[in-house]
Design a protein around this ligand. Structure first.
Ligand SMILES: [Zn+2]
Ligand SMILES: [Zn+2]
Ligand SMILES: [Zn+2]
Length: 212
């Protein structure tokens, strides 16, 4: 709502904010005898057929050309379409964005093109440029940091993989060792529990036979 109001105020403030291209070459029939500028919203005095800007003639009680008093609204009629169309086709330059266009398109230009695209004051433009530069710098810093993090991650990954590889090798060695030790244990215990008594018995028997 605030924005709308501000926008409309801006549009109103900018009405007719243009200059004519080659104003000297504009036909006299298109010039208002009161303000000496090209006619705006022209009205024609029915008695003398002269045309004036609506806002110019409304201020007067008489016609500046024929001196007749303007008593009624009917004394003035809307100027012919031919003149209105010719006025609409006058070339103008927008004071805000310096765009050259037909006068009839100016309102539309202010509402749709000029305000939104070009009515950024130089200060706002500078601000947005500064912001853009700041954002660009910020982004490139972020990219740098992301790249560094990625590199770090890659290095960490390599270290972790190497560590896991070494760990699994150690695990396999420990496992093999355990199996080996178990086998040795089995062999030795088997030797002592089964073979040793037999061996001792054999020695005893041998000694016994020998002594007898
Ligand atoms: Zn005028
Ligand atoms: Zn008149
Ligand atoms: Zn403009």
């Amino acid at each position: 709502m605030m924005y709308r109001t501000t926008l409309n105020n801006r549009i109103n403030a900018l009405a007719n904010n243009y200059i004519y291209i080659n104003q000297d070459e504009i036909s006299h029939s298109l010039i208002c005898p009161i303000c000496l500028d090209p006619l705006i919203d022209p009205q024609t005095h029915v008695l003398c057929n002269n045309s004036f800007c609506n806002r110019c003639i409304r201020k007067l009680r008489y016609c500046p050309c024929c001196r007749a008093t303007i008593m009624e609204l009917n004394d003035l009629i809307v100027t012919s379409d031919i003149i209105r169309n010719t006025l609409d086709e006058l070339q103008i330059q927008c004071n805000i964005c310096k765009h050259i266009l037909c006068r009839g398109d100016f309102d539309n230009h202010i509402r749709n093109d000029c305000l939104q695209l070009s009515l950024i004051t130089s200060e706002e433009e500078n601000n947005s440029n500064t912001n853009e530069k700041y954002l660009e710098k910020h982004l490139s810093n972020l990219y740098c940091r992301i790249r560094k993090l990625e590199d770090g991650l890659y290095e960490s990954k390599k270290v972790i993989l190497t560590f896991l590889f070494v760990l699994s090798i150690i695990g396999i060695i420990i496992l093999l060792n355990t199996i080996l030790l178990y086998i040795i244990h089995l062999t030795i215990s088997g030797l002592f529990t089964i073979k040793l008594p037999l061996f001792i018995q054999a020695i005893q028997k041998f000694l016994f036979d020998f002594l007898q």
